[in-house]
Ligand binder design. Structure first.
Ligand SMILES: Nc1ncnc2c1ncn2[C@@H]1O[C@H](COP(=O)(O)OP(=O)(O)O)[C@@H](O)[C@H]1O
Ligand SMILES: [Mg+2]
Ligand SMILES: [Zn+2]
Length: 494
């Protein structure tokens, strides 16, 4: 009996674990048995591998082959181990030299090699990897060295025998990325524009309230463009989420733009938070990580689906328990909600809703999630003649520069954005007058106890945008105005 070994990687969520594939080739009844993995596509690996070996003319299929994957206690599923199985079998019979390469990929029965999801997070840190040609770009993005992409088993053999260096060349991505929409397109809306800027600068969640057509979606889509480019690590995380859930080839370069995800209000908990059969796939909240999660028609969402956001908003990641396994995905988002103030969505005509209907409508957001929003500008319909003039406001590039400076000030001072800073350390940077403004607001019932600390953080961000070391009374007034509107929304409902 001869043994061959090849390295591969198992993936659970975004967490990669090295796997050793061992092939035992011996005498006995011809057959190929695969042990150590689970799930339907893993169970068919034996058939694929045997057919692929046959396709390149290998008589090993006439022998008794046993393939085992180790370690035993790691969840191993999918077709991603096929390439390593082929290599291990051929090494067992001396057809290929031993080696330390890591293989991730699926083989087809005609000897082709197919792309698989999750290559990027699988091969991070490895410098000698062989992947399907379809995955070569994401492997280049995520790997330490220069990966090799193969389109077929015969190419794989040629590479491993040293006959050729790189067999197939994938063309580098050429289409430029779409330019992000610009703030200069937004006419009027000074209050909402400011709220979006404060949100970007401090990491504060924002709720846009206004009638249909007032520009809420327009504003939300412009928020990612105000955020700084992602650092390398964050960009890799965003790409990894796409890699595990997208179609093969979705990740063709490292995109440093903060992502934007806008799931529909009819979304299931699985679509928003992650789920699906087998190993849970990431949901919209993870696709938005390090960027913006936009929940339009916020009051139309199912209550239990929104409730599932509480933990991600608190923790910055989301845990999804399934029978197969519990996985954790990143979910560090800036949340933007948008809604009509009531079910009828009153433009100029005024609201025609019964008060109890309005109450029931808004009740969907009471409690912990309502508490997450620090900013709630009223977005009013811009008159048609103003829209016609087309006179927009400051362009994204200008606002973005202010935002970047404000964020840097917060990071230098607290090590985190203001929305995440501890209340006590924020308080230390408030002037006595600023605190007094908040105390007065609380006394007049315009700030709840919880709203107080949140208003303090927003005021801190306003001061950072103005490049002030100490938070002044004007900053506090502005914070109360942002927060006060929010409190009034719930008052109207009461
Ligand atoms: N303030 C505005 N400035 C420029 N265009 C606007 C503005 N408000 C609305 N529009 C126009 O109306 C369209 C609908 O706006 P949208 O953002 O979808 O509104 P909402 O999400 O509030 O229903 C936009 O695509 C844009 O063409
Ligand atoms: Mg909209
Ligand atoms: Zn109404």
């Amino acid at each position: 009996m001869s043994i061959g070994v090849a390295r591969s990687v198992a993936l659970l969520g975004l967490e990669a674990t090295p796997v050793t594939v061992e092939a035992h080739v011996g005498v006995g009844l011809p057959g190929l048995t695969v042990l150590g993995g689970t799930g339907p596509s893993f169970r068919q690996a034996g058939d694929r591998v045997r057919a692929a070996l046959g396709a390149v003319g290998h008589s090993v299929i006439q022998r008794k082959v046993l393939i085992n994957l180790a370690p035993a206690d790691v969840d191993k599923r999918g077709a991603r181990f096929d390439l390593a199985m082929v290599v291990a079998v051929l090494r067992a019979i001396g057809e290929l030299p031993v080696g330390e390469q890591v293989f991730v990929g699926e083989v087809a029965i005609d000897g082709g090699v197919r792309g698989v999801p999750g290559v990027l997070p699988s091969i991070r840190g490895f410098d000698d990897v062989v992947v399907p040609l379809a995955n070569i770009h994401e492997a280049t993005v995520g790997g330490a060295g220069a990966p090799i992409g193969v389109a077929s088993v015969s190419e794989l053999l040629a590479v491993l025998r040293g006959h050729v260096e790189v067999v197939s060349q994938a063309p580098p991505p050429v289409e430029p990325l779409d330019p992000p929409p610009d703030m200069a397109d937004v006419v009027g809306q000074p209050e909402a524009r400011r709220a979006i800027e404060v949100a970007a600068a401090g990491g504060h969640h924002v709720l846009l309230l206004g009638p249909p057509g007032s520009g809420k979606s327009m504003l939300a889509k412009r928020l990612p463009g105000l955020l700084p480019d992602l650092d390398h690590e964050a960009a890799l995380t965003v790409a990894a989420v796409r890699s595990v859930s997208g179609r093969v080839g979705t990740v063709d370069r490292l995109d440093v733009r903060p992502p934007f995800a806008a799931p529909h209000h009819s979304s299931s908990a699985a679509a928003l938070l992650g789920g699906g059969s087998g190993i849970a796939r990431p949901g919209a909240v993870s696709h938005a990580t390090h960027g913006v999660l936009f929940l339009d028609e916020l009051f139309e969402w199912k209550r239990h689906v929104l409730d599932g956001l509480r933990e991600p908003l608190e923790e910055g990641n989301v845990r999804i328990a399934r029978a197969a396994a519990t996985v954790t995905y990143p979910a560090d988002v800036l949340l933007v909600g948008a809604s009509n103030p009531c079910p009828c969505g009153p433009a100029r005509t005024g609201c025609r809703c019964r008060p109890d209907h309005v109450e029931r409508y808004r009740a969907r957001l009471t409690g912990p999630l309502a508490d997450r929003f620090d900013l709630a500008p009223l977005v009013e319909e811009v008159p048609a003649d103003a829209l016609a003039s087309g006179a927009g406001g400051e362009p994204t590039a200008v606002v973005r520069t202010r935002v970047a400076r404000a964020r840097q000030r917060a990071l230098d001072r607290f090590g985190v954005l203001n929305a995440r800073a501890a209340a006590a350390v924020v308080r230390d940077t408030m002037s006595r007058e600023a605190l007094q403004v908040l105390v007065d607001a609380a006394r007049r019932g315009r700030l709840s106890a919880r709203g107080f600390d949140r208003a303090m953080r927003v005021a801190r961000t306003c001061a950072d945008l103005a490049e002030n070391t100490v938070v002044g009374p004007d900053d506090a007034h502005e914070a109360v105005a942002h927060r006060g509107r929010l409190d009034r929304v719930w008052e109207v409902a009461a």
